[in-house]
Design a protein around this ligand. Structure first.
Ligand code: SF4
Length: 1532
């Protein structure tokens, strides 16, 4: 029965039959669309749908009420949903379309206005991920509507069906498609799968990345989806056996797979469909074929992806993307021989997206040589139309024959009368020798009177290639668009085009524009209250508008109405307002610039815009073709603006390319506009000139996007608030740096989620945190301030050695930002010197290194400033804050080193013409609060001068994170160590984790020898890790030695260090090898837990087993104490030892509940060290530790108990008299059975009373001195429930090792070998490491590491003695024939690995000794032991304060010299000279040694001698260490 009269009806009926819900978008609720009348009629009649059980729901929505928003709710509750609409809602709905593409939604679009619609509404959204179908007649409207629904259900993806309703207005009525056929084709069984599925996420903003996992229904005749065992939809497609028609039979599916046109080739770089997109273009092709073959078998009507009509041997064809193909076809048919368009073919797309190039070449006769492409696009934004580009890419390599000539036309309105003339024009041009591109055909303004006034404003212009992005902005925002720095814009008297193009200019212009609008709003408010208008209406409208002026939607809706009313009013008051009528719109404000801005990021307007936090949009166009990027001037490196902006943290950022994905450009621009804050869009448009070939531009774009050089992405830092991902990748590749940024960012958010209380400190975007708090606390005050100031810029540059200057600079920057200043903080050397003259306010913060030198990261800039002759700072205001130590150089002549870098810089900047903001500030470590004392005085002056001294409502600053915070928040030492180990983007771990890994026995370090070189190469420092084992008493088996050797060789830097705490230490272990190294140590039955950190460390014990039984028992006690005081956390095991695949590993989250019975969650205030010495050897320096145990031998020769000393410790800060070394004080005697409990109780009292606020004052020695020895001891005894007994007598002879062979009471042999400073390594002439390894292979005894960093080959039986001797000889390890001075010397590691080293130590002491050995020999003292020690800093790792002579690093090459320590390690030494270099050292030592040789008493030790002769005063205990030093500090 032929009863359907219009396409609207045909579509509405199919939609109704195939849906649970139909959203009917209408001009208003009372005005019908082409579809709505029918839909409502069906619903009123309660007609049933084929899909749902009853009557489908028809919802009417107004077209300007964000209609697609209504689709989410039904689709998420499993309803099959259809939309009927006109095309004018589409572009604005792009963000919805991206999401909805992942649901089986059908949108039927009637193109607008009928008869001469703008197909640009379709091309603009072509990349949203929907499938697009077009129909051109009444019958097609019904069949394609049915195809659309069947396709949506079978593919699970969205389908848009579009048509111009006018095409079919003179078609004959058609019959209803039978319900039976509709049921079969749409496959209602498959539909049920969707209907049963509810999406769990009901928020509008959740990710729509729904994976299409359902079986794809290829044949509607099969009630259930065919299953042939293959999971691949493609494989199923070819195995399905669905009949194809002849035209496609020649094309095998494998062929098609190779050509793999997921979308149009022209856009294959940018499959921006929402991800994931498991349904491929091949699937869509197969499904369409299957649907159309069903239709054909039931109705006889044939459909193809492309329609072709015309002769099979034509040489010319016309590809139409516009209205009324019927008219064209009729014209071609009636062409005469005289016509240019005789014998031509006509092609129209039925399946527009995915664009199946192969289907096109199938239908297009091979004979075609020329193709005219007609695109009916009203407002052109790009030079070449999208359909032309599709054709170009599709046909360029379609076979051996030449690529056809393809010529694009813009199609205007053609009525029947002008048809012949128009076609003649088209083909005349097409067939000419050099056809002209982009000719317009027909009437641009459409049929008479058909366009409204507004539409007429869009006169046809041929966009230039370079204008594409501007045109798109115009398309999206129309009258609301305001471009601040467009070159063509009228300027405010600024003539220089380059200034008008600069971001600073544009930024200023935008701010001025905002001010202007604000004034305008208040003018309107005033006008609304007057009676100055001729008519009454303006007042009402104006006051309504004034209320809504800041809301874009409302203001823009009212604007045209008001303008119209004011125009008809005609009064002077109305005229006055109309002068600025543009301001009635809430503008979309844009700054447009080129990539030239990227050379100067920190200083450019890009930075200003970002730092301002203002709602301003920037579009930065990069036109460098991919192939030419290498030719760029390498010295002027372009920076990645997108990355810069993302790092800034508060901006919306997108990277787009118009010739890759047009729709993504629209999407990004809409999002940028909607984002409340700065937005930056990086837009790619590679070209050289306007005459570039379109193919070249396409291919350049494709290459850049495909290779990841120009990834397409969108980044919204506020997305998380809506439950969305911040980063959305719209292309397939992503360049390395971006990947690393994202990885780091993930890491950062992980940390923030875990420790929200620290987020302000951890977050890069501190600025935004501050802004939030401020807004809440003092919105008005803050905004008034910002308006008044518009943020003066303040650049803070620092040079920092140990982090203090850097932290201070960052803090200053944050505080400046909170006061509304536009701040930037960076290291001096990271700032381009040539830009210094352009800064307005610069604040330098510099520490003092070495002998009054600049820290490493400020040296280059200082050199430049010092030597720069053409540096002009007349426009720069500056100040300096310097950090130093006024007592660091006690001698008067060295005083000028104090804060020298800061002072020099200040003077030099003034000499170069800079203006002082305020006088230099000096921070002094000697002040009561260190440098803070001076800083607190200086900073307020700075704010005062910058005009931000009195700002109210400033947020509280989060307190700095302390070690105590880190421990407490670490969940028993877990922190984010495990995550950090997986982060491959850096060789480092986070600062907090660096503190925590110490407890696990590993420190992060970097090779300081390589720092400068790596920095110059733009690399991060060469990070690696030191691992320290826990080895009570320093005893290891021969097998363990071999295992340690293998770890050093394969996982470390091929050396090992025997430490002053009798253990193995590995250096140079890179992050990726940390776990394997830890596991290998564990496999050797050792551990590293608590080898460092605020816990009890490795327990030491005298090494030389002369009395083997006594030694064995004592060693047992060492082990018992060590085990007893071990932390209990299982974090160590989890992080390092469990297998990667172990499902039980719970490294993240706080799920694992640990308990530390001895330590509690914050462990100890500071490290805790215990040692045991067995008299007469004090080789472990029993006085230097928190607890020192002196083993007491009973009358039976066996171990009886210990004298216990407590409160020794070495660490000191140079010239800070509050810090001092201390010797352990005698607590009394304890028996061997309970000694571990006594140690535990001492540890408890320290745990509960130690200073947790100041790590420099946290060691036990200070706790005892603060509490008083008696009080402390009494507390221990109370806890213990026992008293210390009187100490037993004991006697020490020395604190050095006894070298050579010794025999114990059981006849076993022990050889103490000399290992200089404990370093085990192979050198060209001394393969020590290899030798020790070879010996370990045959040695049957064990090894003992000594506290002086030497090694004992222990327990050699009589029968092995000769073998061992031979081997020791072979590897030159038996040499103990060194001067006694050398044998008694000891040095710490220092450079290059120790991060705290101020001077060389291990690498220098041997040299120094060589230089002294001459005097020693001359004076016959080769066998006289003198304890000489050296460390690289006052931390005291090699216990220098107990040596007779010590050198402690102060600056590179400069040492403090100490004299007078007791030979047995029983008395501290004292400062003799400070900051002396080698020459002075030798100048003192040589005569001293000579005098000692001549004047000493019998058996008198050097340490005693120097006191007796009055060279130095004796130090009685730590608290008088700083008194009576030989070098008295002089006041200035
Ligand atoms: S004394 Fe100082 S320089 Fe030497 S290893 Fe210890 S911390 Fe490093």
């Amino acid at each position: 029965m032929a009863s359907i009269l219009s396409a609207g009806e045909a579509v509405a009926r199919i939609a109704y039959l195939s849906s649970d819900v139909v959203i009917s978008v209408q001009p208003s609720l009372s005005i019908d669309s082409e579809f709505s009348h029918f839909l409502h009629q069906y619903a009123t009649n309660k007609a049933s749908s084929l899909i749902c059980k009853g009557v489908p729901e028809v919802q009417s929505v107004r077209h300007n009420a964000d209609p697609l928003l209504s689709v989410y709710q039904p689709v998420r509750s499993g309803k099959i949903t259809t939309v009927t609409t006109s095309s004018n809602i589409l572009v604005k709905s792009i963000p919805h379309l991206y999401r909805l593409a992942q649901y089986p939604v059908v949108i039927h679009v009637s193109l607008n206005p009928a008869g001469y619609p703008d197909y640009g509404d379709i091309t603009s959204i072509r990349n949203v991920g929907f499938t697009f179908l077009q129909s051109s007649s009444l019958q097609e409207a019904q069949d394609i509507a049915l195809t659309a629904h069947a396709l949506a259900i079978r593919s699970g993806k969205g389908v848009i069906h579009f048509f111009d309703v006018a095409n079919s207005k003179s078609d004959q009525p058609i019959a209803h498609e039978s319900r039976d056929l509709v049921t079969k084709v749409i496959n209602t069984d498959l539909a049920k799968q969707y209907q049963g599925t509810k999406s769990e996420d009901t928020s509008l903003y959740v990710s729509e990345g729904r994976a299409q996992v359902r079986t794809i229904g290829l044949s509607g005749d099969h009630a259930a989806p065919a299953s042939n065992g293959s999971d691949s939809p493609v494989a199923r497609a070819s195995a399905d056996g669905t009949p194809r028609d002849q035209s496609s039979a020649s094309s095998s599916s494998s062929d098609r797979k190779n050509s793999s046109s997921v979308v149009s080739e022209a856009e294959s770089a940018t499959t921006v469909d929402s991800q994931p997109k498991p349904v491929s273009s091949e699937d869509i092709d197969s499904i369409c074929e299957s649907i159309w073959s069903q239709l054909r078998s039931h109705t006889g009507r044939k459909y193809n992806a492309f329609n072709y009509s015309g002769p099979a041997n034509t040489e010319s064809a016309l590809f139409l993307f516009g209205s009324d193909p019927g008219l064209f076809a009729a014209e071609f048919e009636s062409a005469t021989q005289a016509d240019f368009f005789r014998n031509v073919g006509l092609v129209t797309p039925v399946l527009y997206r995915p664009w199946l190039a192969e289907r096109l070449t199938e239908v297009l006769p091979k004979s075609v040589k020329r193709v005219a492409v007609l695109e009916q696009v009203r407002r052109k934004t790009t030079k070449w139309g999208p359909v032309l580009l599709d054709l170009l890419m599709s046909l360029k390599a379609s076979g051996p024959q030449k690529t056809p000539v393809i010529v694009g036309y813009q199609l205007g309105y053609l009525d029947y009368n002008t048809m012949t003339q128009a076609l003649s024009g088209i083909f005349q041009n097409l067939l000419s020798e050099s056809p002209i591109q982009n000719l317009e055909i027909g009437a641009h303004e459409g049929p008479k009177g058909s366009l409204s006034g507004m539409q007429k404003e869009f006169e046809l212009t041929q966009p230039k290639l370079e204008n594409a992005y501007m045109k798109i902005l115009d398309q999206l925002f129309g009258q609301r668009l305001f471009v601040a720095n467009a070159l063509g814009a009228k300027d405010a008297g600024v003539k220089d085009a380059s200034i008008r193009a600069s971001p600073e200019y544009g930024f200023g212009a935008l701010l001025a524009r905002r001010e202007h609008r604000k004034r305008f709003v208040s003018e309107v408010q005033t006008a609304a209250k007057t009676r100055d208008f001729t008519t009454d209406t303006p007042q009402k409208w104006l006051s309504q508008w004034a209320l809504a002026a800041t809301e874009a939607d409302q203001a823009n809706k009212l604007a045209p109405e008001i303008i119209q009313r004011l125009s008809t009013d005609g009064s002077p008051a109305a005229y006055k307002l109309l002068k600025f009528k543009g301001l009635f719109y809430k503008e979309s404000q844009w700054l447009i610039g080129s990539d030239a801005w990227a050379y100067d990021l920190g200083n450019s307007g890009v930075h200003h815009v970002l730092a301002s936090g203002e709602n301003i949009n920037m579009l930065v166009i990069d036109s460098t073709p991919y192939s030419e990027r290498a030719a760029q001037d390498a010295a002027r490196r372009k920076k990645d603006i997108g990355l810069y902006a993302m790092n800034f943290g508060n901006a919306y950022v997108a990277s787009v390319a118009v010739y890759s994905s047009y729709t993504q450009v629209l999407q990004a621009m809409l999002e940028a506009e909607a984002f409340d804050g700065p937005s930056v869009i990086m837009a790619y448009l590679p070209y050289n000139s306007e005459v570039d070939n379109p193919l070249t531009v396409l291919q350049e774009t494709k290459k850049s996007v495909d290779l990841g050089y120009w990834p397409l992405y969108r980044w919204d830092p506020k997305a998380a608030e809506k439950g969305e991902q911040a980063f959305k990748l719209d292309s397939e590749r992503i360049k390395q740096e971006l990947q690393e940024f994202l990885r780091r960012d993930n890491h950062m958010s992980q940390l923030m989620r875990r420790h929200p209380q620290f987020s302000a400190n951890l977050s890069e975007s501190y600025g935004s945190e501050v802004r939030k708090v401020q807004k809440r606390k003092a919105k008005d005050a803050y905004e008034a301030l910002l308006e008044g100031l518009q943020g003066a810029p303040m650049t803070v540059l620092f040079a920092s050695d140990n982090g203090n200057a850097e932290n201070l600079a960052k803090r200053l920057g944050r505080r400046g930002k909170a006061r509304g200043l536009k701040t930037m903080v960076m290291a001096m050397d990271d700032f381009p010197l040539e830009d210094l003259g352009n800064e307005e306010n610069v604040v330098f913060i510099t520490a003092t290194a070495g002998q009054g030198e600049f820290p490493q990261n400020g040296r280059n800039m200082w050199e430049g400033v010092k030597n720069g002759t053409d540096l002009d700072l007349v426009n720069v205001s500056f100040t300096v804050f310097a950090l130093g130590d006024s007592h660091y150089w006690p001698r008067k002549e060295d005083k000028h080193y104090y804060n020298k870098p800061g002072k020099d810089l200040f003077a030099r900047l003034a000499a170069l013409g800079g203006k002082q903001i305020v006088d230099i500030g000096l921070g002094d470590d000697q002040d009561p609060d260190g440098y803070q004392t001076g800083y607190e005085d200086w900073e307020p002056k700075l704010w005062e001068v910058l005009g931000v001294g009195h700002v109210e409502g400033l947020p509280d600053e989060p307190p700095p994170i302390t070690n105590e915070d880190i421990k407490a928040a670490s969940n028993f030492l877990r922190g984010t160590i495990a995550e950090g180990l997986h982060d491959e983007s850096t060789g480092a771990i986070s600062a907090a984790d660096q503190q925590l890994t110490k407890f696990h026995g590993t420190y992060m370090q970097d090779d300081r020898d390589l720092r400068d070189e790596r920095k110059a190469q733009g690399l991060e420092p060469a990070y690696s890790f030191m691992i320290r084992c826990r080895l009570p008493g320093g005893v290891a088996t021969a097998q363990q030695w071999q295992q340690m050797d293998a770890i050093a060789t394969h996982l470390g830097n091929e050396t090992m260090k025997l430490t002053t705490r009798q253990t193995f230490q590995f250096h140079g272990v890179v992050k990726g090898k940390l776990r394997p190294a830890m596991q290998a140590i564990n496999a050797a039955l050792m551990t590293t837990i608590a080898a460092c950190g605020d816990v009890n460390r490795n327990v030491m014990c005298s090494s030389l087993p002369e009395l083997s039984e006594l030694h064995r028992d004592t060693h047992e006690v060492a082990k018992k104490i060590s085990d007893h005081l071990l932390p209990s956390t299982t974090a160590y095991h989890e992080i390092w030892l469990k297998d990667e695949n172990d499902k039980n590993v719970q490294v993240a989250g706080d799920a694992v509940q640990d308990f530390e019975p001895l330590y509690g969650p914050t462990y100890l205030p500071r490290k805790f060290k215990i040692t045991i010495a067995i008299p007469p050897h004090n080789d472990t320096d029993v006085y230097a530790h928190d607890i020192g145990l002196i083993a007491i031998k009973g009358e039976d020769g066996k171990l009886q108990g210990f004298n216990l000393l407590a409160g020794g410790g070495m660490g000191v800060t140079h010239n800070m008299k509050k810090t001092y070394p201390q010797v352990g004080r005698m607590f009394g005697y304890v028996d061997k059975e309970t000694v571990h409990v006594a140690c535990e109780k001492i540890m408890f009292v320290q745990r509960d009373n130690g200073d947790r606020a100041n790590r420099k004052h946290a060691r036990l020695k200070y706790t005892i001195d603060t509490m008083g020895l008696d009080v402390f001891k009494a507390q221990v005894e109370e806890l213990w429930g026992k008293k210390f007994e009187e100490p037993k007598p004991f006697h020490f002879e020395s604190n050095i090792d006894t070298f050579g062979w010794q025999k114990d009471e059981k006849g076993m042999h022990h050889f103490t070998m000399f290992i200089e400073n404990g370093r085990i390594e192979d050198t060209a002439d001394f393969p020590m490491k290899t030798g020790l390894k070879e010996i370990a292979k045959v040695h049957k005894g064990d090894y003992r590491l000594t506290g002086n960093q030497h090694l004992i080959l222990s327990n050699v039986s009589e029968d092995q003695l000769d073998t061992m001797k031979e081997m020791l000889k072979k590897y030159k390890l038996d040499n103990t024939n060194f001067s006694a001075l050398r044998l008694s010397s000891s040095a710490c590691v220092a450079f290059p690995t120790c991060g705290l080293a101020m001077a060389e130590s291990e690498r220098y002491l041997p040299e120094l000794i060589t230089k002294l050995e001459g005097v020693i020999e001359e004076n016959g003292m080769r066998q006289d032991s003198i304890v000489m020690r050296m460390t690289g800093c006052p931390n005291g790792c090699a216990r220098p304060w107990l040596a007779e002579v010590a050198f402690v690093g102060k600056a590179f090459g400069a040492y403090n010299m100490y004299l007078g320590g007791g030979y047995h390690g029983n008395r501290l030494n004292k400062l003799y000279r400070s900051s002396i270099k080698e020459e002075e050292i030798l100048g003192i030592m040589k005569p001293l040694l000579k005098r000692y040789a001549l004047e000493r008493n019998e058996g008198e030790r050097l340490g005693d001698f120097v006191i007796r002769i009055g060279m130095i005063k004796a130090t009685r205990e730590g608290r008088d260490f700083h008194d009576d030093t030989a070098e008295v500090e002089e006041d200035e």
